[in-house]
Structure formats: structure tokens, C-alpha cells
Design a protein around this ligand. Structure first.
Ligand code: ZN
Length: 202
């Protein structure tokens, strides 16, 4: 994968692009130094894309990655997408102005109700896609929707392209830059293995 003019390409073809209106456009360009990983909090790729296409959402991400590894870009990487909200890291406040946001399709935190694992929207997640783990910002175990290998691999490939194009300092979770307010990508996402693969460490 490669990036040309702030757009993602694979094998010399532009990756699927669906414009989100939820960006500052040309009026407030950015130079990304961070990559922020999110989950969409639901299991439908189309639902996530439709939401980010809706001006009412006032939310967007540069990339959405489906559970089958499908990648859709929605905002050019040099434009400010609206994924981080109130956030800080070190001395930096408001990570939207400094980062690329990647949304992974994942139902997020789950609860067990009448024998089913359901997310906030009440959508049932198959038991074989559920893990139990303690979030690093929490103290007791919860159920979480697992990520898929195809999605993980796709996220690595796009992050490598971002690292080789921009001066990316760190890859962070939304739960790193907005702890207490946000739990994504959560303990089901193997962040240290991910960053090692992206930055080429063994
Ligand atoms: Zn998020």
C-alpha cells in the first residue's frame, strides 16, 4: 500500500473512497504525527460508513476497516477528521489536529443478557467472537468483541503506509488520549503487537 496526495492506494489503484462531510476540509489542513485506533461500537461496516456520511453525526474517520479487511477512506489524510473529540497526549490537546483516525468495525464492550452477548445497541455477538478481559483503565473484567485477523492485517498495512509517508511518532488508542471517557479499541486489540509490527520491531 502507498499514499499519494494524501489518498490510499493499493497495487496502483485508489482504495475505495467515500467522502465524509464531517471534516474541516481545506480550511484547516493537518500534518499527522499520530495514528489513533478506534472501534465503531457496532458490527456493521455499512452502518459505520452511513453514520460518517451523515452531517448530523459530526463524526468521521480517515479510514474504516471492516471485519473482512475491506478498507474505505472517508477523509484525505491531510484534512482534519472528527474522531478524537476532547483528548490529550503529553502537551498536545485535541488530537484531531495531529492525527489520522482509523475505525475498526467491532461491537466493543459487551454484556451477557439471557445467555447472549450484546453490545450497547442490543446487537447479539456470536460467543466465539467474544473474549473476557480487563481494560487497562478499569479494574474488573468485561466481555469484548474480538477483532478479526483480516482486519488486524489490513490495519497493519495501512499503518505501515502512513508511517512511511508521514512522520508518525506513535500509534495510540482512543482510550489512551481520552481515558475514562473512551474505552476503544479496548483490551481485545493487541496494541503492543500491532505497533511492533507497524514499526518493524521483532
Ligand atoms: Zn473512538
Amino acid at each position: 500500500m502507498e499514499i499519494k496526495n494524501n489518498l490510499l492506494f493499493k497495487d496502483n489503484s485508489q482504495v475505495e473512497y467515500i467522502q465524509s462531510p464531517n471534516t474541516n476540509g481545506q480550511s484547516r489542513l493537518i500534518v499527522p504525527s499520530y495514528v489513533i485506533i478506534h472501534y465503531t461500537a457496532d458490527s456493521s461496516m455499512e452502518g459505520a460508513i452511513d453514520w460518517f456520511k451523515n452531517p448530523v453525526a459530526e463524526a468521521s474517520a480517515h479510514l474504516v476497516i471492516g471485519r473482512d479487511g475491506r478498507i474505505v477512506q472517508m477523509v484525505p489524510f491531510n484534512q482534519r477528521a472528527w474522531h478524537a473529540g476532547n483528548s490529550s497526549w503529553g502537551n498536545i490537546v485535541g488530537l484531531n489536529s495531529y492525527s489520522v483516525g482509523i475505525e475498526l468495525v467491532n461491537a466493543g464492550k459487551l454484556v451477557k443478557k439471557q445467555g447472549n452477548y450484546v453490545n450497547w445497541a442490543g446487537h447479539v455477538i456470536p460467543e466465539d467472537e467474544v473474549i473476557q478481559a480487563i481494560h487497562k483503565n478499569e479494574t474488573s473484567p468485561c466481555f469484548w468483541h474480538e477483532y478479526t485477523q483480516a482486519q488486524f492485517d489490513a490495519a497493519i498495512e495501512v499503518s505501515k503506509a502512513l508511517v512511511s509517508t508521514y512522520s508518525i511518532l506513535e500509534i495510540l488508542g482512543h482510550d489512551d488520549i481520552a481515558p475514562g471517557r473512551k474505552t476503544d479499541p479496548g483490551p481485545a486489540f493487541p496494541m503492543s503487537a500491532f505497533t511492533s509490527r507497524v514499526f518493524g520491531r521483532a
